[in-house]
Structure formats: structure tokens, C-alpha cells
Design a binder for this molecule. Structure first.
Ligand code: NDP
Length: 248
């Protein structure tokens, strides 16, 4: 197993890609602490699913875009699990609109959640990873952060900023054996993309050489690789998981 005896934090793992990452990690022997913004049925179900795979797992309520909550979350995980080897910053939102109709509030909210959460969680985890001289941080970006997209200027900007932030952290943390990489999914079928009208979805799929959306588990497998000791010399990369979309 690729992640045996390791402990990971996965943000936003009550559903979608985060949930798939948590499950893949557990299958690789990793203990998993994860969060969402409320302790609903979904969080409890993920907790049970992970525990059934034979690892230690716990769901926490935390808005990771809030510095105090991010700090408290990491502190609690360190008490409960003893250490954190891997951080996957997966929590993210969309609030799509053409720029001419986009409000300042829409811009701020998406930047605050998507980039702010990566900043808050990185700040919160950095001291313990620094002290242990080991860590792998995987930030979930998007191909849209590389290529841009119609009606997603706020989201694309937040994901592009995650790349710049991650590459800077990779440089700052490398001397302490802490790697920082970005996984950039293309179009993945989750609740986030469920709102996309069917016609638009067909158009998007036509642009994908593999002619289909990706699955959350296909993103999760890339996260296992980057989180694991299979790639001790890989840091500061952006890995697109997008079925070969040309503009990615
Ligand atoms: P979903 O909307 O299905 O899930 C988002 C998860 O993030 C939920 O578990 C939600 O939990 C959590 N979350 C959102 N905001 C916060 C917050 N402030 N604090 C804590 N948890 C939060 O999204 P996906 O699974 O589709 O996407 C996951 C990541 O992948 C995102 O970063 C997204 O941008 C990225 N991505 C997705 C693509 C896709 O096609 N689906 C493509 C490219 C990138 P809760 O509601 O319980 O708080």
C-alpha cells in the first residue's frame, strides 16, 4: 500500500472529488481527517466508509477559508492523530457569470473560498510539517486556471492564483522536504458540475479528446501518486487530469 502509516487531511471531503480522494487514500492504508462545513449525513457516511476500510478516520466541521477555523481544525487533528504527513486542499466553490454581469461579491466569495482556504490551511499545517521535516501538500486547481473559461473568470482567477501560491510554497518549503504540487482536473462529474445544462455538457465533452468527463476517482489516483513516496523529487508541478484537452 502506497500510503501506509501516513495521516492525511483532505478538505471538503463530504462529497465529490474530496470524498473520492479520502476513499482512495484509505484504500492505500492512510488515516484520514477530513472536513466539510456541517456535520450532516454525508459527513457521517464518509466517516463510516473510511473506517470500514480499516483506517482511522474522522470528519470535522470547519470552514477552511476562515483562518481561525483552519488553525483550530489542524490543531485538533494533530491532537487526535499525532501527526499530519499529507494535506490535500480540495475544498472549492463556483459562482459562474459573465464578467459583464459578475458582481464584486461573486468575485470576492470565490477568491476567498478557493484561494483563501489554501492559504489558511497551508499556514496552519506549515509549522508541524516544518518541524517533522516531511510533508506533501496537494492543491486542487483546475485546467480552467491554466486556460480560462467562459463565465468563470472568478473561478479561473482563483485557480490560477493557487498555481502561483503553490509554486511559491514549493520553493520556500523544499529545504524542509515538504513538497507542494497542484492537480488540475478538467471536467469531472460531481455535484459541482451537475448544474451544467446537458447541451453545454455535450459541447464540453466534444472538446475532450477522450470524449468523456473524468471521474472523481481518476483525480484521486493522481493525488495518491503526488502524496506518496513514489515521487520524492517532484515538487512545484501542475498535473492536468483532463483527458487530453488541448487548451489545458
Ligand atoms: P463539490 O461541490 O461536489 O464538493 C465541494 C466540497 O468542498 C464539499 O465537500 C463541500 O462541503 C466542501 N467545501 C466547500 N467550501 C468549503 C469551505 N469553505 N470549507 C470546508 N469545506 C468546504 O465539488 P467537486 O468535488 O466537484 O470539486 C472539488 C474540488 O475540485 C474543488 O476545488 C473544485 O474547484 C475542483 N475541481 C472540480 C472540477 C469538476 O469538474 N468537478 C474540475 C476542476 C477542479 P460542504 O458543502 O459540506 O461544506
Amino acid at each position: 500500500m502506497l500510503l501506509e502509516n501516513k495521516t492525511a487531511i483532505v478538505t471538503g471531503a463530504t462529497r465529490g472529488i474530496g470524498r473520492a480522494i479520502a476513499i482512495r487514500f484509505a484504500k492505500e492504508g492512510c488515516n484520514v481527517a477530513f472536513c466539510g462545513r456541517s456535520r450532516g449525513e454525508k459527513m457521517i457516511a464518509v466517516e463510516q466508509e473510511l473506517t470500514a476500510l480499516g483506517v482511522k478516520a474522522k470528519g470535522y466541521v470547519a470552514d477552511v477559508a476562515d483562518m481561525e477555523q483552519a488553525q483550530a481544525f489542524v490543531k485538533e487533528v494533530l491532537v487526535d492523530f499525532g501527526k499530519v504527513d499529507i494535506l490535500v486542499n480540495n475544498a472549492g466553490i463556483t459562482d459562474d457569470s459573465a464578467v459583464k454581469r459578475m458582481t464584486e461579491e461573486q468575485m470576492d466569495r470565490v477568491m476567498h473560498t478557493n484561494l483563501g482556504s489554501v492559504f489558511c490551511m497551508t499556514k496552519a499545517i506549515q509549522p508541524s510539517m516544518w518541524k517533522q521535516g516531511y510533508g506533501s501538500i496537494v492543491n486542487i486547481g483546475s485546467v480552467v486556471g491554466i486556460a480560462g473559461n467562459y463565465n468563470q473568470a472568478n473561478y479561473a482567477a482563483s485557480k490560477a492564483a493557487i498555481i502561483g501560491f503553490s509554486k511559491s510554497c514549493a520553493k520556500e518549503f523544499a529545504a524542509r522536504n515538504i513538497r507542494v504540487n497542484v492537480v488540475a482536473p478538467g471536467f469531472v462529474e460531481t455535484e459541482m458540475t451537475a448544474e451544467v445544462p446537458e447541451e453545454l455538457m455535450k459541447t464540453w465533452c466534444q472538446r475532450i479528446p477522450m470524449k468523456r468527463p473524468g471521474t472523481p476517482d481518476e483525480v484521486a489516483q493522481a493525488c495518491v501518486f503526488l502524496a506518496s513516496d513514489m515521487c520524492p523529487y517532484i515538487t512545484s508541478v501542475v498535473l492536468p487530469i483532463c483527458g487530453g484537452m488541448e487548451d489545458a
